[in-house]
Write a protein that binds this ligand. Structure first.
Ligand code: UD1
Length: 702
């Protein structure tokens, strides 16, 4: 039998507000023209009740609707010229007929900061802040600032009735608004920063009462906090906003982070570019020497990225970011998250290009159950794939279907790992950068009957592969191991440091031996990078229903057997053991959706590229589920009754086995996200559409 496995990580979650914003934002930025350079725009993010309800009706429009409004210069204030930085006043009426006084300040230090704080009769404070827009030139790999715009943010005072009259009104408003995220104006600001591809920041430098604000007020968004952001309550009562530390639904970390940050004074006189604030070192550091560097692992050590570039600067290219007269931090009153999200988009495009050009992954056992799912996720992540499979327990039909899903041809070699020369030929033919090694025999019972076949195939095949890799200068490998290496659990959930090696069958022992070989290899030569993935119980299938698990003969594993019962290929399920020390007496396992598993492999390949040495990760959900739970879930998904009979325990089975996947979450940024229902629904789609597996397919080689 042949075994194959797979995985992927992060999803940038985010509500509709931010999604809309980002796409709008990007197209707007991309189309920036020299004409736009001279243009100043005015944005009114108002906070009166009417607009509040408008916002509810048009949740997408929050920040971005600001950008749309920005092209109407008559809406709020008169249009100040960009070079007119000395103090002046403009009187105007806004769309509701309220008088607005706009005041601009030149601080004599080049600061173009928040220009005005005024209050109108309706206790609405307004802040007009200069902000920077940019254009993105993917071809040149640079992001340029080309436009200065002006944003008017109207902020309803936090006490509702009283006008905001504190001398440091702007400061306070921003502090309140940004950290609480609940006043209307500040929501406008916040929503701009939602949902970047990565953690990011909106930094606001303001000028009020004739002095530059010493602390940039920052709205932080992190994918990890997306649920929270999306559930923010627009109608939070003003009273709840009157302090700068969170009392409502905001996560406590943000105010803490803001409070603990040094002022940007430490950045003054430093060249423009990207700076990050590290909570660990409590300092800012430069990171962006190139788009690729910006995405380097180092960045994950930072909680957010802060932009301190100025007009005419370049985010990505360090050299051109330096100007003869370095821009001062104070020169940039307001850095928009557009800059950062556009930058991230650029980086991701660059990465994609880079991978397409240079990253080819060889997948051994790629035609099998896990391999076919791994390939799809790798391709979707931008990798090129070469498949090597002896097709003993797999079908070329699965590769054909994967090609259809992925929309590209996959070079596939029918080669056995025991044929070292043939393996070498594949390495000579392709510039392989990493290997995902899934090929091997995997039937526990069979391994007890034919141990030599298992040791020769699994261990011998792997040593051949490793020798060929070494000879061809390829030192990156992801190995598909199994939770079986833990043997009888001494504690649950199983962590990676649980003792290993107590395997009860030759199949499990081959997995353990290969782990040892890989470990020795890493010790002998630091060039090797190895990710050992210990799978729990992979189930389910690709959403398309066109690829899935297709065991030859009688399935050994629970879910393929159940699937065949559901389509009528088998009469009933035998439940092995109902007297275990588990909630319902049946065996408990950690079932993981095969697509989640596949995504874990993609994350592992990225890890190898960090020159990680030897790494071992559990790939599971961390949830234990019993056999009878699985029967119920599958009956629900399929609408079919699964007849079963309770029987004696199966030799070698254990009561419970589930893992702790937190190390993979931490180091690979990978978590299984698909639940039991989805596993069963996807399995049923595959099984019902392919009751005979690939054998029923025209042209199947099996
Ligand atoms: C002892 C054994 O074979 N272990 C292998 C088995 O794990 P494991 O035994 O966990 O996986 P299975 O799918 O075979 O079994 C899961 C649970 O279902 C029960 N069950 C299974 C089949 C069935 O027809 N009726 C039934 O009740 C089992 O007793 C167990 O409690 O598959 C994994 C791959 O997926 C391998 O890595 C393990 O080495």
């Amino acid at each position: 039998m042949y075994q194959n496995m797979s995985s992927t990580p992060h999803s940038t979650t985010g509500g509709p507000v931010s999604s809309k914003f980002e796409s709008d934002s990007y197209s707007k930025l991309s189309s920036a023209s020299p004409t736009a350079k001279k243009e100043q725009t005015y944005i009114n993010i108002s906070s009166d009740h009417q607009q509040d309800s408008d916002h509810k009706e048009k949740p997408h429009g929050h920040a971005k609707s600001s950008a749309v409004q920005s092209h109407d210069p008559t809406e709020t204030t008169a249009k100040p010229e960009r070079d007119e930085l000395s103090k002046r006043e403009t009187n105007n009426e806004n769309s509701r007929g309220e008088r607005i006084t706009t005041e601009r300040e030149d601080q004599g230090n080049g600061a173009r900061g928040v220009e005005t704080v005024t209050e109108n009769s309706k206790q609405t404070s307004k802040v007009v802040a200069a902000m920077t827009s940019l254009s993105v030139d993917v071809a040149d790999d640079v992001v340029r600032f080309e436009e200065m715009a002006v944003e008017t943010v109207e902020v309803q005072t936090s006490d509702g009735n009283k006008p905001h009259t504190q001398p440091d009104g702007v400061n306070e408003l921003f502090k309140t608004g940004m950290s609480q995220g609940s006043t209307e104006g500040s929501q406008g600001m916040r929503s701009q920063s939602l949902d970047a591809a990565d953690v990011m920041t909106t930094a606001v430098w303001g000028v009020t009462e004739g002095s530059v604000m010493t602390q940039p007020h920052t709205s932080l968004s992190s994918p990890l906090k997306s649920d929270h952001r999306n559930s923010r309550d627009n109608t939070t009562p003003p009273d709840a906003l009157s302090t700068s530390s969170g009392t409502n639904s905001m996560e406590p970390q943000l105010p803490d982070i803001l409070a603990s940050r040094p002022t940007p004074a430490s950045l003054l006189n430093r060249p423009q570019g990207f700076y990050c604030y590290s909570t660990a070192s409590k300092n800012y550091s430069e990171i962006c020497s190139s788009p690729d560097d910006c995405d380097c692992p180092k960045r994950s050590a930072f909680i957010f990225t802060e932009l301190v570039a100025d007009v005419g600067g370049c985010l990505c290219t360090r050299k051109s970011a330096r100007v003869e007269e370095p821009a001062m931090v104070s020169d940039l009153p307001l850095a928009l998250p557009d800059l950062i999200s556009a930058h991230h988009e650029l980086v991701s495009k660059k990465k994609q290009k880079h991978r397409m050009a240079q990253k080819t992954v060889l997948v051994t056992g790629g035609a099998g159950y896990i391999g076919s799912h791994v390939i799809i996720e790798l391709i979707q992540d931008g990798f090129d794939i070469v498949v090597l499979d002896n097709l003993v327990n797999a079908s070329m039909e699965s590769i054909r279907r994967v090609e259809k899903i992925a929309g590209k041809k996959i070079p596939t070699y029918s080669v056995d790992l025991l044929d070292k020369n043939a393996v070498d030929d594949v390495f000579k033919k392709h510039k392989i950068s990493s290997v995902i090694h899934l090929a091997g025999l995997k039937a526990v019972g069979e391994s007890c009957e034919l141990p030599l076949l298992y040791y020769k195939t699994n261990v011998g095949g792997t040593t051949n592969l490793l020798e060929v890799m070494e000879a061809n200068g390829v030192f990156n490998i992801v190995f598909s191991s199994s939770a079986t290496v833990y043997g009888l659990p001494q504690f649950l959930p199983l962590t990676e440091d649980h003792p290993v090696g107590g395997c009860t069958n030759p199949y499990g022992k081959t997995k353990f031996m290969i782990e040892q070989i890989l470990s020795d290899l890493c010790t002998s030569n630091k060039k090797w990078n190895v990710a050992v993935l210990r799978y729990f119980n992979p189930v389910g299938a690709h959403k398309s229903g066109t690829i899935g698990e297709d065991p030859s003969g009688v399935p050994n594993n629970l879910m393929p057997f159940m699937g065949q019962v559901a389509v009528g290929r088998r009469a009933s399920l035998t439940v092995y053991g109902s007297d275990y020390d588990t909630p319902d007496g049946t065996g408990v396992r950690d079932y993981i959706h095969v697509v989640d598993l596949a995504l874990g492999h993609v994350a592992a390949v990225h890890k190898l590229n960090e020159q990680c040495g030897l790494k071992v990760y559990n790939l599971g959900t961390g949830q234990g589920v019993s056999v009878l739970d699985m029967v119920k879930a599958f009956e629900k998904a399929s609408g079919k009754k699964i007849p079963y009979e309770l029987a004696e325990r199966r030799l070698g089975d254990i009561a419970s086995c589930y893992g702790d996947p937190s190390l993979a979450a931490k180091e690979l940024n990978w978590t299984a996200t698909r639940g039991l229902d989805e596993m069963c629904e996807d399995l049923w789609r595959w099984q019902s559409q392919n009751p005979q597996g690939y054998k029923g397919a025209e042209g199947s080689s099996q």
